[in-house]
Design a protein around this ligand. Structure first.
Ligand SMILES: Nc1ncnc2c1ncn2[C@@H]1O[C@H](COP(=O)(O)OP(=O)(O)OP(=O)(O)O)[C@@H](O)[C@H]1O
Ligand SMILES: [Mg+2]
Length: 461
């Protein structure tokens, strides 16, 4: 909607002001101009602009300062900075302060119109997804997805599009990127939403066990089985089965899953009979399954059956726009419980979150925010509170506090595990963390080893 877009040009150079105004008017945008940073900010307070074009080098209030103020007062205005002798540092600084892009001089009408068009398009997407929360979920809940990056908006659109169909979906992405969350969102938005959503962690089971787990067991199968057992496929009947870490299953089980997909019938281990089953399959992998298929490590036909609709979630470091909103989201989620006094992040803390590479993706960010909440002493999270993630050089206070925290957390988890008889799902739900996070913490704190040492039988959840 170019006609409705409102653009502001702030430049002390009259030729740029006039040239830009003409170029933008020709492209159909409503344009205002200001001769100084001060005047520009004043206009910004009087009316709302979709895009502001700001010269970096102006007498009086400089461009970076104007940018910072605009982003502070009108975060929804996209700012494009014009750089004179395109110094890399100032361009980088401008981007860090939230500029949408920069335009080196000389400014040509074509380049200006193009960059404004892109900024507007991007802004439209961002506003649409101001929260994927709004795009996807009516009510915020434990599985709410947030994000404003174009990549996540595409994911959200795919989810909406594919949910109502029964198409098999293969979700791929690095660990902690949100694959399970996407799978749950698909189920929630599908016609099967009232039916069960059953998760199978294919990564944690050996092949000999996974068959029974998936397909069920007839009485007397495997010698030891005295009771017939219902498999996950049967439990998911009418609903959705989520096959997590599908890349880990061996060839024999691959064939059996393929058969369920093709025949829509189940055969229990140790039984010769088959029964009909109606499940929607969503699979997830953090490996490059396509490559493994080409290399012959994964059955080609199964790969194609699973990836009818592939959804890839990019790693968090490739969609840094999401970091801020995710951090706020986790603050809202964990704040009341971990440290109700904290109201937000300091600007420096946010910046260090945005600069970190997050090899553990959203889960790592979630853990970092939760821990920072416990470490924070005032009402803002400071860079030093993000210490355990190695985001900043550790202070003594941080390290000591982290030690206390770890001990308290270890005890809390051990207690909860005891209370729920080591049922991972129940314990995780009680603690308000994901199963995966719980497993990581069990491992980190050596809880399973301690338990075995006390002679209790190991039970997988
Ligand atoms: N877009 C998002 N919005 C809100 N929370 C998210 C988002 N993406 C991920 N999370 C949270 O991050 C954590 C990890 O997500 P999830 O378990 O879905 O990742 P995953 O890709 O399945 O990881 P893994 O490969 O380790 O199994 C969860 O607590 C989840 O709620
Ligand atoms: Mg997962």
């Amino acid at each position: 909607m170019p006609a409705e877009a409102n653009i502001l040009v702030i430049d002390d150079d009259a030729s740029i002001r006039v040239g830009s105004e003409q170029a933008l008017a020709r492209a159909g945008y409503r344009t205002r101009t200001a001769t100084s940073g001060e005047r520009g900010l004043q206009l910004c307070r009087e009316e709302s602009f979709d895009v502001a074009i700001v010269d970096l080098h102006m007498p009086g209030l400089g461009g970076l300062e104007v940018l910072r103020k605009i982003k502070e007062e009108n975060p929804n205005t996209s700012v494009i900075v014009i750089t004179g002798h395109a110094t890399v540092e100032s361009a980088v600084e401008a981007m860090r302060l939230g500029a949408y892009d920069f335009l080196p001089k000389p400014v040509t009408p074509g380049a200006l119109a193009a960059i404004v068009k892109r900024a507007l398009e991007r802004r439209r997407l961002a506003l649409e997804s101001l929260c994927l929360e709004l795009a996807l979920d009516e009510k915020p809940g434990p599985d709410t997805m947030v994000g404003t990056s174009p990549a996540m908006l595409i994911v959200a659109r795919l989810i909406q599009k594919v949910a109502p169909s029964d198409a098999t979906v293969l979700v791929s992405g690095e660990t902690g990127a949100g694959k399970e969350l996407v799978a749950r969102a698909i189920h929630r938005h599908s016609l099967r939403r009232e039916q069960p959503f059953v998760t199978v962690d294919c990564g944690s089971l050996v092949d000999s066990l996974i068959e029974g787990e998936l397909f069920g067991q007839a009485r007397g199968a495997h010698g030891g089985a005295t009771e017939a057992a219902t498999g996950k496929f049967a439990q998911a009947n009418g609903g959705t089965i989520f096959l997590d870490e599908i890349g880990n299953i061996g060839p024999a089980v691959q064939v059996k899953i393929l058969r369920v997909i093709q025949e829509r019938r189940l055969q229990r281990v140790g039984s010769s009979q088959t029964t009909p089953v109606d499940v929607r399959i969503i699979a997830a992998t953090n490996r490059d399954l396509e490559k493994e298929t080409k290399a012959g490590a994964f059955r080609e036909e199964l790969f194609y059956r699973l990836s009818v609709v592939p959804i890839h979630i990019p790693p968090l470091r490739d969609r840094r726009e999401d970091i801020r909103i995710l951090a706020q989201h986790f603050l809202r989620r964990y704040g009341p419980r971990r440290n109700p006094r904290v109201t937000g992040f300091s600007a420096a803390a946010l910046r260090s979150l945005e600069l970190h590479d997050w090899p553990g993706n959203v889960r790592e960010l979630e853990n970092a925010v939760e821990r920072a909440l416990v470490l924070a002493e005032g009402d803002l999270i400071l860079p030093g509170d993000l210490v355990p993630q190695g985001l900043a050089p550790p202070s003594q206070r941080g390290r000591r506090a982290a030690g206390h925290l770890a001990e308290a957390e270890r005890r809390e988890i051990a207690d909860a595990l005891g209370r729920f008889g080591w049922r991972i799902g129940k314990t995780a739900e009680f603690l308000g963390i994901h199963r995966k996070t719980l497993r990581e913490k069990i491992q980190r704190y050596g809880l399973a080893i301690a338990r075995r040492a006390r002679g209790k039988p190991k039970k997988s959840g």
